[in-house]
Ligand binder design. Structure first.
Ligand code: AMP
Length: 402
Protein backbone atom coordinates (compact mmCIF):
# COMPACT_ATOMS: atom_id res chain seq x y z
CA UNK A 1 0.00 0.00 0.00
CA UNK A 2 1.39 3.41 -0.88
CA UNK A 3 1.76 5.95 1.88
CA UNK A 4 0.22 9.21 0.76
CA UNK A 5 -1.04 10.78 3.96
CA UNK A 6 0.70 13.52 5.92
CA UNK A 7 -0.26 14.64 9.41
CA UNK A 8 0.54 18.30 10.07
CA UNK A 9 1.05 19.27 13.71
CA UNK A 10 1.24 22.80 15.08
CA UNK A 11 2.13 22.40 18.75
CA UNK A 12 1.78 25.36 21.10
CA UNK A 13 2.54 25.45 24.80
CA UNK A 14 -0.99 24.35 25.74
CA UNK A 15 -2.53 23.45 22.40
CA UNK A 16 -2.09 21.24 19.36
CA UNK A 17 -3.67 22.02 15.99
CA UNK A 18 -3.64 19.25 13.43
CA UNK A 19 -4.66 18.37 9.91
CA UNK A 20 -4.47 15.06 8.09
CA UNK A 21 -4.05 15.44 4.34
CA UNK A 22 -4.04 13.02 1.43
CA UNK A 23 -1.25 14.22 -0.84
CA UNK A 24 -2.61 12.48 -3.94
CA UNK A 25 -5.03 15.39 -4.30
CA UNK A 26 -4.03 17.59 -1.33
CA UNK A 27 -7.45 16.94 0.21
CA UNK A 28 -8.08 17.27 3.93
CA UNK A 29 -9.22 14.07 5.60
CA UNK A 30 -9.55 15.51 9.10
CA UNK A 31 -8.80 18.70 11.00
CA UNK A 32 -8.87 19.48 14.68
CA UNK A 33 -7.59 21.18 17.76
CA UNK A 34 -6.72 20.28 21.34
CA UNK A 35 -6.74 23.26 23.71
CA UNK A 36 -5.97 23.92 27.37
CA UNK A 37 -3.61 20.94 27.66
CA UNK A 38 -2.62 20.43 31.31
CA UNK A 39 -5.82 21.99 32.62
CA UNK A 40 -8.98 20.44 34.06
CA UNK A 41 -11.11 21.46 31.11
CA UNK A 42 -9.01 20.49 28.13
CA UNK A 43 -11.03 20.57 24.94
CA UNK A 44 -10.73 18.50 21.78
CA UNK A 45 -12.53 19.40 18.59
CA UNK A 46 -12.25 16.99 15.71
CA UNK A 47 -13.78 17.31 12.25
CA UNK A 48 -13.53 14.19 10.06
CA UNK A 49 -13.91 15.86 6.67
CA UNK A 50 -13.55 12.56 4.79
CA UNK A 51 -16.27 10.97 6.90
CA UNK A 52 -19.21 13.34 6.66
CA UNK A 53 -17.59 16.39 8.24
CA UNK A 54 -19.68 16.43 11.41
CA UNK A 55 -17.49 17.77 14.25
CA UNK A 56 -17.03 15.90 17.50
CA UNK A 57 -16.13 17.90 20.57
CA UNK A 58 -15.46 16.98 24.16
CA UNK A 59 -14.01 18.45 27.33
CA UNK A 60 -12.04 16.47 29.91
CA UNK A 61 -8.57 16.68 31.47
CA UNK A 62 -5.67 16.06 29.05
CA UNK A 63 -2.50 16.03 31.12
CA UNK A 64 0.20 16.65 28.52
CA UNK A 65 1.13 16.61 24.82
CA UNK A 66 1.53 12.85 24.87
CA UNK A 67 -2.05 12.40 26.09
CA UNK A 68 -3.21 15.01 23.57
CA UNK A 69 -1.64 13.22 20.61
CA UNK A 70 -3.02 9.87 21.79
CA UNK A 71 -6.49 11.46 22.03
CA UNK A 72 -6.09 12.82 18.48
CA UNK A 73 -5.00 9.40 17.26
CA UNK A 74 -8.03 7.79 18.93
CA UNK A 75 -10.36 10.27 17.22
CA UNK A 76 -8.70 9.66 13.86
CA UNK A 77 -8.93 5.89 14.42
CA UNK A 78 -12.73 6.11 14.78
CA UNK A 79 -12.83 6.99 11.09
CA UNK A 80 -10.19 4.48 10.05
CA UNK A 81 -7.48 7.17 9.87
CA UNK A 82 -5.45 6.24 12.97
CA UNK A 83 -1.79 7.19 13.28
CA UNK A 84 -0.82 3.51 13.16
CA UNK A 85 -2.02 3.38 9.54
CA UNK A 86 0.59 2.31 6.94
CA UNK A 87 -0.87 5.01 4.70
CA UNK A 88 0.68 7.70 6.87
CA UNK A 89 3.89 8.78 5.10
CA UNK A 90 5.20 11.37 7.57
CA UNK A 91 4.39 13.91 10.21
CA UNK A 92 5.14 17.55 9.37
CA UNK A 93 5.77 19.89 12.29
CA UNK A 94 5.55 23.64 12.29
CA UNK A 95 8.67 24.94 14.04
CA UNK A 96 8.71 28.66 14.66
CA UNK A 97 12.44 29.38 14.86
CA UNK A 98 15.04 27.74 12.68
CA UNK A 99 17.66 30.48 13.05
CA UNK A 100 20.16 30.94 10.22
CA UNK A 101 20.85 27.25 10.10
CA UNK A 102 17.62 25.79 8.74
CA UNK A 103 17.00 27.11 5.28
CA UNK A 104 14.75 24.24 4.21
CA UNK A 105 12.35 21.66 5.63
CA UNK A 106 14.42 19.06 7.43
CA UNK A 107 13.95 15.43 8.46
CA UNK A 108 14.33 15.37 12.23
CA UNK A 109 17.20 13.48 13.83
CA UNK A 110 19.04 14.00 17.13
CA UNK A 111 21.26 16.73 15.70
CA UNK A 112 18.24 18.62 14.39
CA UNK A 113 16.50 18.36 17.76
CA UNK A 114 19.63 19.68 19.47
CA UNK A 115 19.81 22.66 17.12
CA UNK A 116 16.11 23.53 17.63
CA UNK A 117 16.82 23.36 21.36
CA UNK A 118 19.85 25.63 20.98
CA UNK A 119 17.55 28.25 19.46
CA UNK A 120 15.26 28.40 22.51
CA UNK A 121 16.86 31.64 23.80
CA UNK A 122 15.65 33.46 20.64
CA UNK A 123 12.19 31.76 20.66
CA UNK A 124 11.44 31.03 24.32
CA UNK A 125 7.67 30.84 23.83
CA UNK A 126 7.53 28.70 20.73
CA UNK A 127 10.47 26.35 20.23
CA UNK A 128 10.00 24.40 23.50
CA UNK A 129 6.39 23.58 22.59
CA UNK A 130 7.39 22.67 19.02
CA UNK A 131 10.08 20.35 20.39
CA UNK A 132 7.62 18.67 22.73
CA UNK A 133 5.29 18.07 19.78
CA UNK A 134 8.07 16.44 17.75
CA UNK A 135 9.28 14.25 20.62
CA UNK A 136 5.75 13.12 21.40
CA UNK A 137 5.08 12.20 17.78
CA UNK A 138 8.42 10.39 17.58
CA UNK A 139 7.51 8.30 20.62
CA UNK A 140 4.17 7.39 19.06
CA UNK A 141 5.56 6.47 15.61
CA UNK A 142 9.35 6.00 15.92
CA UNK A 143 9.44 4.40 12.47
CA UNK A 144 7.98 7.42 10.70
CA UNK A 145 9.89 10.41 9.28
CA UNK A 146 9.20 13.57 11.28
CA UNK A 147 9.82 16.72 9.26
CA UNK A 148 10.41 20.16 10.74
CA UNK A 149 9.13 23.05 8.60
CA UNK A 150 10.47 26.36 9.88
CA UNK A 151 8.64 29.70 9.97
CA UNK A 152 11.95 31.43 9.42
CA UNK A 153 13.26 29.32 6.50
CA UNK A 154 11.77 31.35 3.66
CA UNK A 155 13.47 34.47 4.98
CA UNK A 156 16.98 33.03 5.12
CA UNK A 157 17.57 34.37 1.59
CA UNK A 158 17.47 37.94 2.90
CA UNK A 159 20.75 39.76 2.15
CA UNK A 160 22.86 40.85 5.12
CA UNK A 161 21.88 44.45 4.42
CA UNK A 162 18.28 43.58 5.31
CA UNK A 163 18.96 40.93 7.94
CA UNK A 164 21.38 42.85 10.16
CA UNK A 165 20.51 45.49 12.71
CA UNK A 166 22.89 48.43 12.79
CA UNK A 167 24.35 47.53 16.18
CA UNK A 168 27.82 46.43 17.22
CA UNK A 169 28.56 43.38 15.08
CA UNK A 170 30.35 41.35 17.74
CA UNK A 171 27.59 41.86 20.30
CA UNK A 172 24.98 40.95 17.69
CA UNK A 173 26.81 37.80 16.64
CA UNK A 174 27.50 36.67 20.19
CA UNK A 175 23.79 36.77 21.00
CA UNK A 176 22.61 35.75 17.52
CA UNK A 177 20.76 39.02 17.13
CA UNK A 178 19.56 39.55 13.57
CA UNK A 179 16.32 39.82 11.65
CA UNK A 180 14.98 36.31 11.09
CA UNK A 181 11.37 37.03 10.04
CA UNK A 182 8.36 34.80 10.65
CA UNK A 183 5.18 33.60 8.89
CA UNK A 184 7.62 32.30 6.26
CA UNK A 185 5.48 29.32 5.31
CA UNK A 186 2.64 31.70 4.52
CA UNK A 187 4.83 34.16 2.59
CA UNK A 188 6.27 31.27 0.55
CA UNK A 189 2.86 29.80 -0.23
CA UNK A 190 1.18 33.12 -1.04
CA UNK A 191 4.01 34.47 -3.20
CA UNK A 192 3.94 31.28 -5.31
CA UNK A 193 0.13 31.24 -5.49
CA UNK A 194 0.21 34.87 -6.63
CA UNK A 195 2.64 34.02 -9.44
CA UNK A 196 0.30 31.21 -10.45
CA UNK A 197 -2.66 33.60 -10.46
CA UNK A 198 -0.70 35.81 -12.89
CA UNK A 199 0.09 32.76 -15.05
CA UNK A 200 3.82 33.15 -14.41
CA UNK A 201 6.64 31.24 -12.76
CA UNK A 202 7.67 32.46 -9.27
CA UNK A 203 11.17 33.22 -10.68
CA UNK A 204 9.63 35.75 -13.06
CA UNK A 205 7.72 37.94 -10.65
CA UNK A 206 8.32 40.40 -7.80
CA UNK A 207 5.63 40.31 -5.14
CA UNK A 208 4.88 42.22 -1.96
CA UNK A 209 3.03 39.86 0.40
CA UNK A 210 0.94 41.39 3.20
CA UNK A 211 0.09 38.72 5.77
CA UNK A 212 -2.48 40.53 7.91
CA UNK A 213 -3.87 38.31 10.64
CA UNK A 214 -3.82 38.76 14.38
CA UNK A 215 -0.04 38.67 13.89
CA UNK A 216 0.94 40.63 10.78
CA UNK A 217 3.98 40.83 8.54
CA UNK A 218 4.98 42.07 5.11
CA UNK A 219 7.60 40.65 2.79
CA UNK A 220 9.35 41.67 -0.40
CA UNK A 221 9.82 38.65 -2.67
CA UNK A 222 12.06 38.95 -5.72
CA UNK A 223 11.83 36.09 -8.22
CA UNK A 224 10.54 33.68 -5.58
CA UNK A 225 13.12 34.62 -2.95
CA UNK A 226 12.52 36.77 0.12
CA UNK A 227 14.70 39.89 0.15
CA UNK A 228 13.13 41.65 3.14
CA UNK A 229 10.44 41.09 5.74
CA UNK A 230 8.97 43.18 8.51
CA UNK A 231 9.34 40.88 11.53
CA UNK A 232 12.79 40.67 13.08
CA UNK A 233 14.57 38.88 15.89
CA UNK A 234 11.09 38.13 17.20
CA UNK A 235 7.57 38.60 15.79
CA UNK A 236 7.30 41.97 17.56
CA UNK A 237 8.86 44.14 14.84
CA UNK A 238 7.09 45.70 11.89
CA UNK A 239 3.40 46.26 11.27
CA UNK A 240 0.77 47.19 13.84
CA UNK A 241 -0.78 43.87 14.92
CA UNK A 242 -3.73 42.67 16.97
CA UNK A 243 -1.89 42.94 20.27
CA UNK A 244 1.75 43.80 19.29
CA UNK A 245 3.13 47.28 18.78
CA UNK A 246 5.32 46.59 15.77
CA UNK A 247 8.01 49.23 15.07
CA UNK A 248 8.81 51.90 17.62
CA UNK A 249 11.84 53.73 18.97
CA UNK A 250 13.72 51.17 21.16
CA UNK A 251 14.25 54.00 23.64
CA UNK A 252 10.57 53.67 24.60
CA UNK A 253 11.71 50.58 26.50
CA UNK A 254 14.42 52.46 28.44
CA UNK A 255 11.91 55.18 29.21
CA UNK A 256 9.31 52.73 30.51
CA UNK A 257 11.96 51.07 32.68
CA UNK A 258 13.54 54.26 34.02
CA UNK A 259 10.64 56.67 34.21
CA UNK A 260 7.69 54.26 34.25
CA UNK A 261 9.52 51.93 36.67
CA UNK A 262 8.26 48.88 34.79
CA UNK A 263 10.10 45.56 34.85
CA UNK A 264 11.39 43.92 31.66
CA UNK A 265 8.62 41.30 31.99
CA UNK A 266 5.96 44.00 32.29
CA UNK A 267 7.30 45.82 29.24
CA UNK A 268 7.45 42.54 27.30
CA UNK A 269 3.80 41.87 28.13
CA UNK A 270 2.82 45.46 27.31
CA UNK A 271 4.41 45.40 23.86
CA UNK A 272 3.43 41.83 22.90
CA UNK A 273 0.00 41.47 24.48
CA UNK A 274 -1.44 44.89 25.31
CA UNK A 275 -0.36 47.03 22.36
CA UNK A 276 -1.24 47.17 18.67
CA UNK A 277 -4.95 47.47 17.93
CA UNK A 278 -6.03 46.26 21.36
CA UNK A 279 -3.81 48.81 23.09
CA UNK A 280 -4.99 51.59 20.84
CA UNK A 281 -8.73 51.00 21.04
CA UNK A 282 -9.49 47.99 23.25
CA UNK A 283 -10.36 45.65 20.35
CA UNK A 284 -8.08 43.52 18.21
CA UNK A 285 -10.75 42.13 15.90
CA UNK A 286 -10.94 44.17 12.71
CA UNK A 287 -14.65 43.34 12.32
CA UNK A 288 -15.40 44.96 15.67
CA UNK A 289 -13.17 47.95 14.86
CA UNK A 290 -14.98 48.52 11.57
CA UNK A 291 -18.34 48.25 13.32
CA UNK A 292 -17.27 50.86 15.87
CA UNK A 293 -15.99 53.15 13.10
CA UNK A 294 -19.38 52.91 11.39
CA UNK A 295 -20.92 54.12 14.66
CA UNK A 296 -18.56 57.12 14.73
CA UNK A 297 -16.14 55.81 17.39
CA UNK A 298 -13.05 58.05 17.26
CA UNK A 299 -10.66 55.72 19.10
CA UNK A 300 -11.46 52.90 16.72
CA UNK A 301 -10.93 55.29 13.79
CA UNK A 302 -7.54 56.38 15.15
CA UNK A 303 -6.45 52.74 15.68
CA UNK A 304 -7.46 51.97 12.08
CA UNK A 305 -5.61 55.03 10.77
CA UNK A 306 -2.39 54.09 12.62
CA UNK A 307 -2.67 50.51 11.33
CA UNK A 308 -3.09 51.75 7.74
CA UNK A 309 -0.35 54.38 8.00
CA UNK A 310 2.21 51.72 9.05
CA UNK A 311 1.03 49.34 6.35
CA UNK A 312 1.36 52.00 3.70
CA UNK A 313 4.91 52.81 4.83
CA UNK A 314 5.92 49.17 4.38
CA UNK A 315 4.28 48.99 0.96
CA UNK A 316 6.29 52.04 -0.09
CA UNK A 317 9.49 50.69 1.43
CA UNK A 318 9.20 47.29 -0.25
CA UNK A 319 8.26 48.90 -3.55
CA UNK A 320 11.57 50.75 -3.32
CA UNK A 321 13.49 47.63 -2.22
CA UNK A 322 12.16 45.66 -5.19
CA UNK A 323 12.34 48.45 -7.79
CA UNK A 324 9.74 46.71 -9.95
CA UNK A 325 6.60 45.21 -8.49
CA UNK A 326 4.35 42.80 -10.38
CA UNK A 327 1.83 42.14 -7.63
CA UNK A 328 0.73 42.94 -4.12
CA UNK A 329 -1.02 40.07 -2.34
CA UNK A 330 -3.25 40.43 0.72
CA UNK A 331 -3.65 37.35 2.91
CA UNK A 332 -4.66 36.00 6.38
CA UNK A 333 -7.75 36.93 8.44
CA UNK A 334 -7.72 40.70 7.86
CA UNK A 335 -6.06 40.64 4.43
CA UNK A 336 -8.52 38.09 3.04
CA UNK A 337 -11.67 39.54 4.57
CA UNK A 338 -11.37 43.24 5.29
CA UNK A 339 -12.04 45.12 2.03
CA UNK A 340 -11.77 48.55 3.77
CA UNK A 341 -8.21 47.70 4.89
CA UNK A 342 -7.18 46.79 1.34
CA UNK A 343 -8.79 49.91 -0.07
CA UNK A 344 -7.26 52.26 2.53
CA UNK A 345 -3.79 50.69 2.34
CA UNK A 346 -3.50 51.43 -1.39
CA UNK A 347 -5.47 54.69 -1.53
CA UNK A 348 -3.49 57.47 -3.16
CA UNK A 349 -0.82 55.17 -4.61
CA UNK A 350 -2.01 55.39 -8.24
CA UNK A 351 1.33 56.95 -9.23
CA UNK A 352 2.92 53.62 -8.28
CA UNK A 353 0.45 51.78 -10.51
CA UNK A 354 -1.50 50.58 -7.48
CA UNK A 355 -5.26 50.72 -7.97
CA UNK A 356 -8.05 48.77 -6.27
CA UNK A 357 -11.25 48.18 -8.21
CA UNK A 358 -14.06 48.94 -5.73
CA UNK A 359 -16.44 46.34 -7.16
CA UNK A 360 -13.86 43.55 -7.28
CA UNK A 361 -12.67 44.44 -3.79
CA UNK A 362 -16.20 44.11 -2.41
CA UNK A 363 -16.75 40.60 -3.80
CA UNK A 364 -16.23 37.81 -1.26
CA UNK A 365 -14.68 34.60 -2.50
CA UNK A 366 -12.75 31.55 -1.43
CA UNK A 367 -9.91 31.33 -3.92
CA UNK A 368 -7.14 33.63 -5.12
CA UNK A 369 -8.57 36.62 -7.00
CA UNK A 370 -7.54 39.93 -8.51
CA UNK A 371 -8.98 43.13 -7.09
CA UNK A 372 -7.12 45.54 -9.40
CA UNK A 373 -8.82 46.72 -12.60
CA UNK A 374 -8.15 44.86 -15.84
CA UNK A 375 -4.87 46.04 -17.39
CA UNK A 376 -3.51 47.53 -14.15
CA UNK A 377 0.27 48.08 -14.09
CA UNK A 378 0.57 46.22 -10.78
CA UNK A 379 -1.77 43.34 -9.95
CA UNK A 380 -3.46 43.59 -6.57
CA UNK A 381 -4.62 40.20 -5.33
CA UNK A 382 -6.38 38.52 -2.43
CA UNK A 383 -4.71 35.14 -1.94
CA UNK A 384 -5.94 32.95 0.92
CA UNK A 385 -3.02 31.48 2.79
CA UNK A 386 -2.79 27.78 3.63
CA UNK A 387 0.12 27.11 5.95
CA UNK A 388 -0.94 23.53 6.69
CA UNK A 389 -1.07 22.63 3.01
CA UNK A 390 2.36 24.22 2.53
CA UNK A 391 3.80 22.24 5.47
CA UNK A 392 2.25 19.03 4.14
CA UNK A 393 3.51 19.71 0.61
CA UNK A 394 7.05 20.43 1.80
CA UNK A 395 6.98 17.38 4.08
CA UNK A 396 5.73 15.07 1.36
CA UNK A 397 8.20 16.42 -1.19
CA UNK A 398 10.97 15.48 1.21
CA UNK A 399 9.84 11.99 2.19
CA UNK A 400 6.95 11.02 -0.06
CA UNK A 401 8.98 8.93 -2.45
CA UNK A 402 11.28 7.44 0.17
P1 AMP B 1 -5.65 35.12 11.55
O1 AMP B 1 -4.62 35.42 12.59
O2 AMP B 1 -5.11 35.06 10.16
O3 AMP B 1 -6.54 33.97 11.89
O4 AMP B 1 -6.62 36.41 11.54
C1 AMP B 1 -7.47 36.69 12.62
C2 AMP B 1 -8.00 38.11 12.49
O5 AMP B 1 -8.64 38.30 11.22
C3 AMP B 1 -9.09 38.48 13.50
O6 AMP B 1 -8.53 38.93 14.71
C4 AMP B 1 -9.84 39.58 12.79
O7 AMP B 1 -9.24 40.82 13.11
C5 AMP B 1 -9.61 39.33 11.33
N1 AMP B 1 -10.82 38.91 10.60
C6 AMP B 1 -11.33 37.69 10.48
N2 AMP B 1 -12.47 37.71 9.75
C7 AMP B 1 -12.66 39.00 9.38
C8 AMP B 1 -13.66 39.69 8.62
N3 AMP B 1 -14.68 39.04 8.06
N4 AMP B 1 -13.52 41.03 8.46
C9 AMP B 1 -12.48 41.68 9.03
N5 AMP B 1 -11.53 41.09 9.75
C10 AMP B 1 -11.61 39.77 9.93
Amino acid sequence: MSSTRVLVLNSGSSSVKYQLLDMRDSSRLAVGLVERIGEQHSRLKHTPLAAGGESREWTEPIADHDAALKAVSAELAKDGLGLDSPELAAIGHRVVHGGKHFTEPTVVDDAVLAEIERLIPVAPLHNPANLTGIRTAQALRPDLPQVAVFDTAFHTTMPESAARYAIDVETADRHRIRRYGFHGTSHAYVSRATARLLGKAPEDVNVIVLHLGNGASASAVRGGKCVDTSMGLTPLEGLVMGTRSGDMDPAVIFHLARVGEMSIEEIDTLLNKKSGLIGLCGDNDMREIRRRIDEGDERAQLAFDIYIHRLKKYIGAYYAVLGTVDAIAFTAGVGENAAPVREAALAGLEQLGLVVDAERNAVRGDGPRLISPAGARVAVAVVPTDEELEIATQTYALVGNA
